[in-house]
Design a protein around this ligand. Structure first.
Ligand SMILES: [Zn+2]
Length: 276
């Protein structure tokens, strides 16, 4: 255990309700594990230095698990009205599928954060100004990238025009009422096999070198556009619909390919920032 004091302090801020805004921990850890396998030697050495020897897997879900602390570490000020919804876990596209700045938070004049902008901003800060950042800011920006490259690939984290609620409606899932969003965060990843994150990373990291090169080409906005196009089909499932094995069979390949792509792309971002 490398940071007992920091961990104790952060444990006090642990949120009671978790995983409402993310791939579950399994998905995020798997993305980070795949990425770790594809880091260059230089990127790995630099991350070892900045993360004090911790794995990026260790930090994959901090943006979900330590929201109040992350809000402060990322430069928000709760005393000035900054709130959790400003932490970036989702992004929005327009009718043509192009990434747009964001949607208004229902009932307020605030705009939801767009995770793609924060990924790009964080990568720029870490790549060009890392020595100007204090320890907590630097760590928070690395945590943000590791988490948000995962989240941007979760189909239920994309807000489409006229459908900005990201699946916050109930369906009947194997005979029990469940929020549709939750199924995309965790259920579809875990069912039918509750693999560990190392199992799942090993099982999904099967793309050829050429396929990986294709997946990692382009920018974070290209990846967002592609994720949005691939994921729109999840809203074929309507509120109140009963879904079970056929749903898993139809959509699990999408969840799995999104996790694998997120892993390769996270490695690409980290290699660009830390590998040169
Ligand atoms: Zn998240």
């Amino acid at each position: 255990m490398k940071r007992p004091i920091l961990l104790l302090a952060l444990a006090a801020t642990l949120c009671a309700t978790q995983n409402l805004f993310a791939w579950g921990r399994l998905g995020h850890a798997t993305v980070a594990r795949i990425a770790e396998e594809h880091l260059t030697k230089k990127a790995r050495a630099n991350l070892d230095k900045w993360l004090d020897g911790e794995s990026i897997v260790y930090y994959a879900s901090w943006l979900d698990d330590y929201k109040p602390q992350m809000l402060v570490d990322l430069g928000y000020d709760p005393a000035k009205g900054d709130r959790m919804h400003q932490l970036p876990h989702t992004f929005s596209v327009d009718a043509e599928g192009e990434v747009v700045p964001g949607n208004r938070w229902p009932g307020t004049d605030k705009y939801l954060a767009n995770c793609l902008y924060y990924i790009e901003e964080s990568a720029d800060m870490l790549k060009n100004r890392i020595r100007e950042l204090d320890d907590s800011t630097r760590l928070a920006r690395i945590q943000l990238i590791v988490h948000c490259v995962g989240d941007m690939h979760c189909p239920a984290h994309i807000r489409y025009p006229g459908n900005t609620t990201i699946g916050y409606y109930k369906v009947d899932y194997f005979g029990r009422e469940m929020r549709y969003h939750t199924i995309w965060d965790s259920e579809i990843v875990q069912r039918p096999h509750p693999w560990s994150f190392t199992d799942l990373a090993w099982l999904l990291d099967r793309y050829t070198e050429a396929e990986q090169a294709e997946i990692t080409s382009g920018t974070v906005y290209d990846w967002g556009r592609e994720s949005a196009a691939a994921s729109k089909c999840i809203y074929d499932v309507q509120p109140g619909e009963s879904i079970a094995h056929d749903f898993i069979k139809k959509y699990k390949p999408l969840a799995e390919s999104q996790i694998a792509k997120a892993g390769y792309r996270l490695a690409a971002v980290l290699n660009d920032v830390f590998g040169k």
